[in-house]
Write a protein that binds this ligand. Structure first.
Ligand SMILES: NC(=O)c1ccc[n+]([C@@H]2O[C@H](COP(=O)([O-])OP(=O)(O)OC[C@H]3O[C@@H](n4cnc5c(N)ncnc54)[C@H](O)[C@@H]3O)[C@@H](O)[C@H]2O)c1
Length: 416
């Protein structure tokens, strides 16, 4: 039987709960979302017909502050998946020590079939339907799959129209013209690179000349390549959904040329100075840093034994199976887990929320500086737990996050 996404999230939580020896009633409270709203709403299409769509908004936990979570447009979105994603948001927020709980939302639709006008009406009606749940002090929406800063501007505007005045902090990832933060689009990629820098220092790896293999080369993956190159790393291989390429010489691949080629040709094939390589071969190349920036379950029991990287970093969510994880741990390969590595976007969302509430905006340099401090502190705290408890970073990240939420629950108590 295939496990549902929520069952996977609950299993991960159960492992941490067991190690923390949590009471059964505490586990019961955290295994399920706090609240979930399903809406079915009508929208007028450009051809005059009316279509009824389904949307979800789930809050997993709001003990540490308002919920924060993306809104995605996805025809395969399910409530089960939203529950799991909301739970993972709770843990990510706790790991990076920002005062939020976890949420997630989706509208079930294929955005490619919709005109811009239809999309706008769908977003505005969805926001209207979920208004009882959202707000700067309740639940903050951020971009996710197939949503962007324009979507966030519509969300902010709709919510503000209902209230009669501008309320920027109901959504983050907005355009800077309407209260967005400098550096938001780079938050996830920069945050990940700051964790890589810490990871490298822990194992005595000099980033100058460190060999990087990048699985995937999408919009965030490309930024990661750029920032790692700025830190002195040498990119030796990269891939897209069709193929991989590996540098023909030790000098590696020029990142700007790679990005230009990737964008212009919609792939990495035939990049000058490289030769083709299969997806599996790419993952198994000798290198210092392997960044997983494509899909799920790509490192498993079948290939983990052949991974030769010193550090594996998860930009994608869930790219390593539990069996793959154990094998990498036995090989003493450091894995920087998704809930820590890709939390930079969440952190910059928090910065945008703070700036919006204060109506006081930071420079890009200040945003990057605060992000570096936050991600480095989070990495070091997770690393310390890993050392103290003799567990891999993923387990340590869960222990830290769950413990923080549980302590907050204990301090607040149960109302009434
Ligand atoms: N949780 C977060 O905050 C967060 C933030 C950003 C990205 N991510 C995840 O990280 C991953 C990368 O992000 P992105 O913005 O670059 O995504 P993207 O959608 O822009 O690009 C994904 C890339 O993966 C490639 N790809 C697909 N299957 C592949 C395979 N088998 N082998 C190699 N490449 C393959 C595609 O060609 C594409 O280049 C995605 O899974 C995304 O969901 C998570």
């Amino acid at each position: 039987m295939i496990e549902t996404t929520m069952a996977t999230a609950q299993r991960q939580f159960d492992i941490a709960a067991e190690l923390l020896a949590l009471e059964p009633e505490v586990r019961d409270m955290l295994r399920e979302p706090r609240r979930e709203l399903i809406v079915h709403f009508p929208v007028k299409l450009d051809n005059g017909r009316v279509r009824t769509l389904t949307g979800y908004r789930v809050h997993h936990n709001i003990t540490r502050g308002p919920a924060l979570g993306g809104l995605r447009l996805q025809s395969s979105a399910t409530l089960d998946e939203m529950q799991a994603l909301a739970m993972w948001m709770t843990w990510s927020c706790a790991i990076v020590q920002i005062p939020y709980g976890g949420a997630k939302g989706a509208i079930v639709c294929d955005h490619r079939e919709l005109t811009s006008g239809e999309l706008e009406r769908i977003i505005r009606r969805y926001v209207t339907e979920i208004t009882p749940l959202i707000g700067a002090e309740r639940d903050v929406i951020m971009p996710d799959l197939n949503t962007n800063e324009q979507t966030m501007a519509w969300i902010m505007d709709t919510y503000s129209m209902h209230h009669g005045y501008t309320m920027p902090s109901v959504a983050t990832g907005k355009p800077v013209q309407v209260g967005g933060s400098q550096g938001h689009g780079q938050g996830t990629a920069r945050g990940l690179c700051y964790t890589v820098r810490q990871a490298a220092s822990k194992i005595g790896l000099d980033l100058a000349g460190a060999r990087v293999v990048m699985q995937g080369s999408g919009s965030t993956g490309r930024l990661v390549l750029q920032f790692l190159a700025e830190m002195g790393c040498r990119v030796i291989a990269a891939s897209d959904d069709n193929t991989g390429v590996v540098a023909e010489t030790d000098a590696g691949i020029d990142v700007n040329t790679l990005i230009e080629h990737r964008v212009n040709t919609d792939g990495v094939a035939n990049l000058a100075g490289t030769k083709p390589i299969s997806h599996n071969e790419l993952l198994e190349l000798p290198c210092d840093i392997l960044v997983l920036a494509a899909g799920q379950n790509d490192i498993s029991g079948a290939n983990a034994g052949r991974i030769q990287a010193k550090i594996v970093v998860e930009l994608a969510n869930g790219p390593i199976t539990p069996t793959g994880d154990s094998i990498l741990a036995n090989k003493q390969i450091m894995v920087v887990p998704d809930i820590l590595a890709n939390a930079g976007g969440i952190v910059v969302s928090y910065f945008e929320w703070v700036q919006g509430l204060q109506e006081f905006f930071w420079t890009e340099r200040e945003v990057h500086g605060e992000l570096a401090t936050t991600m480095e502190r989070a990495f070091n705290e997770v690393f310390t737990v890993a050392q103290e408890r003799f567990v891999p970073l993923r387990t340590a990240a869960y222990l830290l996050a769950v413990d923080r939420v549980v302590r907050a629950m204990a301090m607040r108590g149960i109302y009434p």
